[in-house]
Design a protein around this ligand. Structure first.
Ligand code: XIL
Length: 312
């Protein structure tokens, strides 16, 4: 097969991966990273705890490595993420005065989005703002600032980097359900207010055999609102060790996801959340689960790799 990125290019989409720059010293990892992908997102390096661990003190070492890899590899750089309840330093968590938290949020957006302004194609401005039932997640931002923090963050990000598309990103919003409908209604409301919202990301941390039946329909309904959509963190996990039949089903599931993106004109592309099963976040978080990525821990291509290559 030709590299994924070349096949994707013919469709006008990009294929991305989440990069942890420390892994680049591994030649097997690096070779796949350089060959296959036309977009790079930092797996952790651009998050708040990495970039502003103490107030007003910014550290961009790892984030700059991710940006440099994108440039060297002629790949797009995708920003992840500015405002999120997780991987958030304790000092932010403990702010209780609205004016103070808003200042901290604005300073963070100015510094991080500002540093990469002009280099980033899109930012996940707010990540995971919903509970699964479609109510607001009670993050410190929600509790202290109220619903309006999302529009405020978007507006600030637009000022900090006028050329980046601005996205909201979440998980379990991949099919039509209460959570994705809350996201949908928010996009409608943001557009009505004139807040800058350009795109919605669908993380798609999926389970083998359980791609939602409404996956494509869900992408399409957002596209029909006039926002771009992207599969932002794709992995498809199963019980480990994975059986041959699970890996075959996983390949069909990867294909279903890629085909859904190809079928939706405003789908910008697909990003996988890592490269190989040896470096995936899944086993550390979902006990007994893994084998979620297209390459195994020895960097051998799995059936999922072939299925994506064939779909593209
Ligand atoms: C994960 C990373 O993959 C892990 O290395 C880290 O320990 C925790 O975060 N949703 C997101 C991503 O938006 O940032 C998360 O990444 C996975 C879930």
């Amino acid at each position: 097969f030709e590299p994924w990125r070349d096949a994707a290019d013919d469709h006008g989409i990009t294929v991305g991966f989440a990069l942890s720059p420390g892994h680049l010293s591994d030649p097997g990892y690096r070779a796949i990273a350089e060959r296959e992908f036309s977009l790079v997102v930092a797996e952790n390096a651009m998050k708040w705890d990495a970039t502003e661990p103490t107030r007003g003190s910014f550290s961009f070492g790892q984030a700059d490595q991710v940006a440099a890899f994108a440039t060297a590899n002629d790949a797009d750089l995708y920003g992840h993420t500015l405002v999120w309840h997780s991987q958030l330093p304790g000092w932010v968590e403990s702010l209780t005065a609205p004016a103070d938290l808003r200042d901290a949020m604005y300073d963070h957006i100015d510094a991080v989005a500002g540093r990469y302004a002009g280099d980033v194609v899109a930012w996940d401005v707010v990540n995971e703002l919903w509970n699964d039932d479609g109510t607001r997640r009670p993050s410190v931002f929600q509790r202290v600032l109220g619903d309006g923090y999302v529009a405020d963050a978007l507006r600030r990000a637009r000022q900090a980097d006028p050329s980046a598309k601005l996205c909201l990103n979440d998980y379990n919003t991949d099919g039509v359900n209460a959570k994705s409908t809350a996201m949908y209604d928010l996009v409608v409301s943001l557009k009505a207010q004139g807040a800058p919202i350009d795109c919605v990301g669908f993380q798609s941390h999926l389970i083998v055999g359980q791609v939602p039946s409404t996956y494509r329909q869900n992408l399409q309904r957002f596209a029909d609102l006039g926002v771009d959509v992207r599969i932002t963190e794709l992995d498809i996990r199963t019980t480990v060790p994975a059986s041959a039949s699970a890996l075959a089903q996983q390949a069909r599931d990867y294909r279903t996801v890629v085909e859904a993106c190809l079928a939706v004109a405003r789908c910008d592309g697909v990003t996988v959340w890592g490269i190989d099963d040896g470096h995936s976040w899944v086993p550390g978080v979902f006990s007994g689960q893994g084998a979620a990525l297209p390459w195994d821990a020895q960097y051998q291509a799995k059936p999922a790799y072939t299925a994506v290559a064939e779909a593209l």
